[in-house]
Design a binder for this molecule. Structure first.
Ligand SMILES: [Zn+2]
Length: 356
C-alpha cells in the first residue's frame, strides 16, 4: 500500500501510559509502594517502521537490579511483550534466543530515581500491518530483581493507525553468503546440512552436534515408549502425567527426529550475536548459532547437542514450543507448578533429553 508520509504521521497517535493492575494470583510481589513504573511512548513512525520507547523508572531511593531477560530490547529475543490488535493477540515473529549461562542470569542496574530506557523496533517483531488499535504491554507483570519479584506499576502503549505499519522484517538468512551444502548420515537415514558463514572447525563441531542431537531425540523417544505412564525423568521435566501432555512430548521428539533424519537443516553461524543460538519459529529448520554456542560442551546440560534440540522444538512444524522459563532449577519448578507450560518450554524439552 502506498501512502504519503504526512498522512501516515497523522494516523499514528502517541502511545499513552495507563496504570496497569497487578493480577490476582501468580507470584506475589513484595508489599510496599511500587518500585518501578513502566511507560511506553511512540517516538517515530513511518510506513515501514514503528519505534516505541519503553521506560522502566525506579521510584525508590535505592538502586534495583533487574533480570536483563525481563526487560524489552531494541529487537526482542523472546516474547517479553504482549501485543494485541483490536483485542486479538498478535503473533510474535521475532527472534527466540537461548542465552549462554552467565548472560541468562545477568542483571541490569536501574539507579535510584533513574530509568532503563530502550527504543523498540516493534514492527520488525510483530505484524502491525493492519489498521486499528494496537496495545503493547509486558507479557508478565513480573519483573525479577535480585531478591524476588519487583513491585511494578505496569503501563501499556497504545498505537492507533489508519493504515498499518509494514515493518522491514525479513529473514536475516537473506543477508548471508551462499551456503556450503553437505549431506550427513545420521543413524539409518540422512540429513542434509547447509552451512552458512561457518568455519570448517565450526562445521565439524556442528556435524558432531547434529549426530549427538539425533541420539538425544531417539533416546527420548525410546524412553517415552517404555514409560507410557510418565514418572521418573518425565515427572522431573514435564510434571504430572496427562495423556495430552504425554502425547505432546512424544510428538515433539518424533518431529525432531524426523527433522534430523530426513530434512534439510540450515545452520547459520552469526558471529555478531552474543547468544548461544536463536531461531524464528516459522522459519523451519533454520538455526542460527551465536558466539555463546562454541564454548558449550558437546553433550550434557546446555550442551551443543542439547541446544539444537531446544532450538528445533521452537519450529511450528515440531510443536512450536515457547521459552516460558530458562534454566535447570526454574524448569523443574515449572514442571511442578505448571506442567502445561513445562511440556511447551524449549529448555524443558532440551533438559529432559539431556537427562536420559
Ligand atoms: Zn528458546
Amino acid at each position: 500500500m502506498h501512502m504519503s508520509r504526512r498522512g501516515f504521521w497523522a494516523a499514528v497517535l502517541a502511545g499513552i501510559a495507563v496504570p496497569g493492575l497487578i493480577p490476582a494470583g501468580g507470584l506475589a510481589a513484595p508489599a510496599g509502594p511500587p518500585a518501578l513504573t513502566t511507560t511506553y511512548q511512540v517516538v517515530a513512525a513511518t510506513d515501514t517502521a514503528l519505534t516505541m520507547r519503553f521506560t522502566a523508572r525506579n521510584n525508590s531511593s535505592t538502586p534495583i537490579d533487574v533480570r536483563s531477560l525481563d526487560l524489552p530490547r531494541a529487537h526482542q529475543i523472546g516474547e517479553i511483550l504482549s501485543v494485541t490488535h483490536d483485542g486479538t493477540p498478535v503473533e510474535y515473529r521475532g527472534k527466540r534466543a537461548k542465552l549462554a549461562a552467565p548472560e541468562e542470569t545477568a542483571y541490569t542496574r536501574i539507579p535510584a530515581g533513574g530509568a532503563y530506557t530502550v527504543d523498540m523496533r516493534l514492527a520488525d517483531d510483530y505484524d502491525l500491518s493492519r489498521a486499528g488499535t494496537y496495545l503493547v504491554a509486558l507479557t508478565s507483570t513480573r519483573i525479577r530483581g535480585d531478591d524476588g519479584p519487583v513491585r511494578l506499576t505496569a503501563g501499556r502503549g497504545v498505537v492507533r493507525t489508519s493504515a498499518g505499519v509494514r515493518g522491514s522484517a525479513g529473514s536475516p538468512r537473506t543477508t548471508v553468503g551462499a551456503p556450503t551444502i553437505s549431506t550427513q548420515r545420521v543413524g539409518v537415514a540422512a540429513v542434509t546440512l547447509r552451512f552458512a558463514n561457518c568455519s570448517s572447525s565450526e562445521q565439524t563441531q556442528l556435524r558432531t552436534a547434529i549426530s549427538n542431537a539425533y541420539t538425544y531425540s531417539t533416546r527420548a523417544q525410546s524412553w517415552l515408549a517404555g514409560h507410557t505412564a510418565g514418572g521418573g525423568n518425565y515427572l522431573t521435566w514435564f510434571g504430572a502425567y496427562s495423556s495430552a501432555r504425554f502425547n505432546r512430548a512424544t510428538t515433539t521428539f518424533a518431529a525432531i527426529t524426523s527433522q534430523l533424519t530426513s530434512k534439510t537443516v540450515d545452520l547459520i553461524c552469526d558471529a555478531a550475536s552474543p547468544y548461544m543460538a536463536y531461531v524464528y519459529q516459522a522459519e523451519h529448520y533454520v538455526i542460527y548459532l551465536g558466539r555463546g554456542y562454541w564454548p558449550a560442551a558437546a553433550t550434557g546440560w546446555d550442551s551443543k547437542a542439547g541446544t539444537l534440540i531446544h532450538e528445533s522444538s521452537h519450529f511450528n512444524v515440531n510443536g512450536g514450543a515457547d521459552d516460558h522459563v530458562y534454566g535447570l532449577a526454574e524448569g523443574q519448578q515449572l514442571a511442578r507448578t505448571d506442567p502445561n507450560r513445562a511440556v511447551d518450554n524449549a529448555d524443558n524439552i532440551e533438559h529432559f533429553a539431556e537427562s536420559l
